[in-house]
Write a protein that binds this ligand. Structure first.
Ligand SMILES: O=C(O)c1ccccc1NCC(=O)[C@H](O)[C@H](O)COP(=O)(O)O
Length: 207
């Protein structure tokens, strides 16, 4: 039996994009609380968007090596259902909040993915993303999907350079629990496009 691949659309900065994504079938939305990112959204703005969402959408807050107090401050403003740690956060740090969390692993050459996944065994899921020497995420680049771990015991989320054109093949090869996209459905950084999101969802459904 095959299961429906979940979809998270990351880098939401506008209410209209959030509502379009949900209407098109996205299961989760990502809000980037990493100030250097061109997709950064202020917690107050994220809270405004979240307040207008229909039920059953997972609101995910993305952080990169943030101070724990910064995460708590964001949580006090924006009601997030899930935390995503995209830097070099330790398992102990990640587990230090009440919310369920996922850990992003950037697929640097030589990374022992299986060992890393074991380190983060208390995560709700592991997101595998492309590695880039300067950028922490949102690179628009793919990694070699042949390095996808076979038996992890955790829900795995595929990210990095996914587009309407390649998502069906990516799912076919990796069989992830979910896919995560940002740049592949954008007109500009943080500005999602209805037609691209629609085509992306069609690619997921065709896989
Ligand atoms: O999106 C960003 O600008 C970003 C910056 C720093 C850390 C993570 C970031 N995004 C994380 C995501 O979850 C993206 O969806 C993921 O990296 C894939 O991005 P893309 O390759 O553009 O689809």
């Amino acid at each position: 039996m095959s299961y429906r691949t979940r979809v998270k659309i990351c880098g939401i900065t506008r209410l209209e994009d959030a509502l379009d994504a949900v209407r098109l079938g996205a299961d989760a939305l990502g809000f980037v609380f990493y100030p250097p990112s061109p997709r950064y959204v202020a917690p107050e703005k994220a809270a405004e968007i979240i307040a207008r969402l229909p039920p059953f959408v997972t609101t995910t807050g993305l952080f990169v090596d943030a101070d724990a107090q910064q995460v708590r401050d964001v949580l006090a403003t924006a009601p997030l259902g899930l935390l995503q740690f995209h830097g070099d956060e330790s398992p102990e740090y990640c587990a230090g909040f009440r919310q369920p969390w996922i850990k992003a692993l950037r697929m640097q050459p030589g990374l022992d993915v299986a060992a890393k996944i074991r380190d983060y065994r208390d995560a709700a899921g592991i997101l595998l993303d492309a590695w880039h020497p300067q950028l922490k995420g949102g690179t628009g680049e793919t990694f070699d999907w042949r390095h996808w771990p076979k038996h992890s015991g955790l829900s795995l989320i595929l990210a990095g350079g996914l587009t309407p054109e390649n998502v069906a093949e990516a799912i076919h090869l990796t069989q992830p629990y979910a896919v995560d996209v940002s740049g592949g459905v954008e007109l500009g950084k943080g500005l999602k496009d209805f037609t691209l999101m629609q085509a992306f969802m069609a690619g997921v459904n065709a896989a």
